[in-house]
Design a binder for this molecule. Structure first.
Ligand code: 3HC
Ligand code: NAI
Length: 703
């Protein structure tokens, strides 16, 4: 008997239970276990029906991703699915938690599926750069119709049990999975229900077979936003086979498409990102078993752009929030923006119509810092000025309850200095959310010199509870993300002085896969912020300053590096800006030259990587993967390129170091000299991912 799959018999019903924590993934032992138990049950004359269920927190969450890229151990998943489908006795999948990927494919091989109310079912392979490789692209369309199937497979989002029942993906909603599955199997036997083998049931395909545009329209809708990705298109192609290719031949072609994707660069990068994200949640350098503090009530100070968005994220997760402002006017404005945002989401169908009111009901708006007194976690999101932050934290120290975690959302300021005005620096840290905070998933957790381990672990746990992706970073100007972004911005600006135009630079960035280029991003953030900061520091930037002096602050004024017409956010190249750039260069006596796209790409990406190398060496980030996660979730780095450090490893560090040295000399810019870590790894022919990679330590983070 298998260690991870067991077989029990209850009055003629065989219960096959997969018990392979944490998520019952379909590793070789599980596949073998299910197959053997199913064969034993089929051969046993006392068994009349077979129920497949799982122990632990979830039904099978998919193929075992750690096995990908290694030689396949028998039995193949398709064989397991076929055994359940071909069984002469009824097979019932009893689902709780999530039935995902290969897990749902196994369930689709069963003749019937039942699920508990809060179960979710989906084929999310596309998020790993793959498509369902064990019949999912053929059986799901036969279960729910090709339009919904292509939406689920190309979009990768699971559906809940209620929707699954409505669409015919499951046959019933039950109370307990195994007991419900058993009762359902008894009913199937009593009613002598015919076995439904999806492979033989084309009824849901008929409409789209007769009118192919039903399917092609659905494909067009779901692939609209898949720019640069291979898997969504391959997945749509595979689902399309269900309409015109015999089942077994379609399975063969599905397998070929799956293997092609699995061995391709995009899926490798996406699988890397999956594990990097989970690794990032493991905090380096805290004692094993450190427990998070309890967080039931949160206070947020400042109801501006960030405070409001952060409050929405907590309300989305059902956590009550006290939102604190300086005065009634700003409070009213902040709450109004939040309500409008929730209502816009409801109007788009993103949440139910009664959700805006329910979520706003979790937010209590008040004036005065004394209201932090009941909060387990306080997040400060006031103006980005050290004096203001210090005043707020000194006051917090008076009112916050002992043991409360005190976090600042500062983008650049020194957490240690902020902590120093309190009598409890061990409870202080940064929680740096990204704008718009209710949408962006990244949260940089900034560890101060005195931050206690359980405070760090609490912030990581809270971030995950509100569906953010936490990455722990050390203290420095701009932390990981904004510090690397500054290195990129410096080069983007310099390129304008050397001969490039904003549209050319941005086009290179978006072709690479970034959601927007550096100049469109500046326009979105507002050019006046940098202008004010340069004036305070006595720094000049001829082109950016001239834009601001002309009242061009970016999207908010309808003009910046681009122009924006009729309230649209689409950047339009503006001849006035191009003249302004050329004039500024002439004033400075600079000769402009033609700059090729390849140079632009290298000058945007390699300095970003170079700064990442410094960050790693200084211990501001513990692992290269942490830096990649920051860029994937904070800046929209294309997931199929894994993140800047992963990308650099694929390009080759020697090449990158050589090119940086070349640009340092050619553009007379010492900041482009390769960082010592990059130089060393390049000379040794190693990568950032090589074990320890010559870094000082991965166990301690700089603070
Ligand atoms: N294979 C191997 N390990 C997996 C895994 C999988 N499919 N899914 C999750 N894990 C691991 C995680 O790496 C993590 O390990 P760790 O504790 O060592 O870091 C652990 O299980 C728990 O995962 P999470 O931290 O993500 O736990 P959550 O409770 O937050 O989420 C989940 C659970 C929703 C199942 C989530 O893990 C998930 O989305 N998993 C991936 C599901 C997926 O993509 N399935 C398709 C796989 S491809 C496939 O099936 C191909 C087939 O068509 C042939
Ligand atoms: P904002 O100006 O939109 O909001 C700040 C709010 O704080 C205002 O509503 C103000 O009335 C309130 N406030 C000021 N002092 C207060 C006090 N003593 N008590 C209560 N409320 C007070 O600013 P924004 O953009 O929300 O930024 C807030 C913080 O978040 C800053 O530290 C900023 O650097 C950081 N941040 C900003 C991002 C952005 O893109 N806007 C991104 C990430 C972080």
């Amino acid at each position: 008997m298998s260690e991870v799959v067991r077989l029990e018999r209850h009055d003629g019903i065989a219960i096959v239970t997969v018990d392979s924590p944490p998520v019952n993934a379909l590793g070789a032992a599980v596949r073998r276990g299910i197959l053997e138990c199913a064969q034993t049950a089929v051969a046993d004359p006392a068994v009349k029906a077979i129920v497949l269920a799982c122990a632990g927190r979830t039904f099978i969450a998919g193929a075992d991703i750690t096995e990908f890229g290694k030689p396949t151990q028998p039995p193949a998943l398709a064989e397991v699915v076929a055994a359940l489908e071909n069984s002469p006795k009824p097979t019932v999948a009893a689902i709780h938690g999530t039935a995902l990927g290969g897990g749902l494919e196994v369930a689709l091989g069963c003749h019937f599926r039942v699920a508990v109310k809060d179960a979710r079912l989906g084929l999310p392979e596309v998020k790993l750069g793959l498509l369902p490789g064990a019949g999912g692209t053929q059986r799901l369309p036969r279960a729910v119709g090709p339009e919904l199937a292509v939406k689920m497979i190309v979009g990768g989002e699971p559906v809940g049990a209620t929707e699954a029942l409505k669409q015919g993906l499951i046959d019933a909603i039950v109370e307990g999975p195994a007991s419900g599955g058993e009762a359902f199997a008894c009913r199937v036997l009593a009613e002598r229900r015919p076995l439904r083998r999806l492979r033989d049931d084309d009824s849901r395909l008929m409409a789209a077979k007769a009118n192919r545009s039903i399917f092609t329209d659905a494909v067009a809708a779901v692939t609209k936003r898949a720019r640069g990705l291979e898997a969504p298109f391959a997945a749509a192609e595979a689902v399309g086979l269900s309409l015109d290719t015999p089942f077994d031949e379609a399975l063969k072609q599905e397998r070929e498409l799956f293997l092609k994707l699995m061995n391709g660069d995009q899926s490798k990068a996406q699988r890397y990102a999956f594990f990097a994200e989970r690794e990032a949640a493991r905090v380096a350098g805290v004692p094993e078993g450190t427990k998070p503090r309890k967080v039931e009530r949160v206070a947020i100070i400042g109801a501006g752009t960030m405070g409001g968005g952060i409050a929405m994220s907590f309300a989305n997760a059902g956590i009550p929030v006290t939102l604190i402002e300086m005065g009634d006017e700003s409070l009213k404005r902040g709450l109004g923006v939040m309500r409008k945002n929730f209502e816009a989401t409801a109007a788009r169908g993103g949440i139910a119509a009664d959700e805006p009111a329910r979520r706003m009901g979790l937010v209590t708006g008040v004036v005065g810092l004394e209201h932090v007194k009941d909060a387990d976690l306080v997040i400060e999101a006031v103006f980005e000025t050290m004096a203001v932050k210090k005043e707020v934290f000194a006051t917090l120290d008076k009112f916050a309850r002992s043991g409360a975690v005190l976090a600042s959302n500062t983008s650049y300021l020194n957490i240690n200095e902020i902590a120093s005005v309190t009598k409890r620096p061990q409870d202080v840290l940064g929680m740096h959310f990204f704008s718009p905070a209710n949408v962006m998933k990244l949260c940089e957790i900034v560890r101060g010199a005195k931050t206690a381990p359980d405070v760090l672990v609490t912030a990581v746990a809270v971030a995950r509870r509100i569906a953010k992706v936490p990455v722990v970073v050390g203290v420095c100007d701009g932390f990981v993300g904004n510090r690397m972004l500054a290195a990129r911005s410096r080069q983007a600006d310099k390129l304008l002085f050397e001969g490039a135009l904003p549209r050319q630079v941005d086009a290179v960035a978006t072709r690479f896969g970034m959601p927007m280029g550096p100049f469109a991003m500046d326009d979105l953030a507002g050019l006046d912020i940098g202008w004010r900061s340069r004036r305070d520091r006595g720094v000049k930037s001829e082109i950016a300053d001239a834009l601001c002096e002309a009242g061009r602050f970016g999207q908010k004024t309808g003009k910046g590096y681009y122009k924006y017409e009729g309230g649209s956010r689409a950047p339009l190249p503006d001849p006035d800006v191009e003249t302004l750039i050329v004039d500024a260069c002439a004033r400075l006596g600079l000769r402009r030259r033609e700059i090729g796209d390849n140079e632009i790409l290298e000058r945007l990406v390699y300095p970003t990587v170079n700064e990442g190398a410094r960050i790693l060496e200084e211990g501001i980030a513990a692992r290269p993967g942490d830096i990649d996660v920051v860029w994937l979730y904070g800046y929209g780095w294309p997931i199929y390129r894994g993140g800047p450090m992963y990308y650099a490893d694929q390009v080759g560090l020697r090449h990158i170091a050589d090119r940086l040295s070349y640009y340092a000399e050619a553009t007379n810019d010492p900041s482009l000299e390769p960082a010592p870590l990059l130089k060393r790894l390049a000379a040794e022919g190693r990568t950032f991912a090589s074990p320890a990679a010559g870094r000082k330590s991965t166990q301690t983070l700089a603070t």
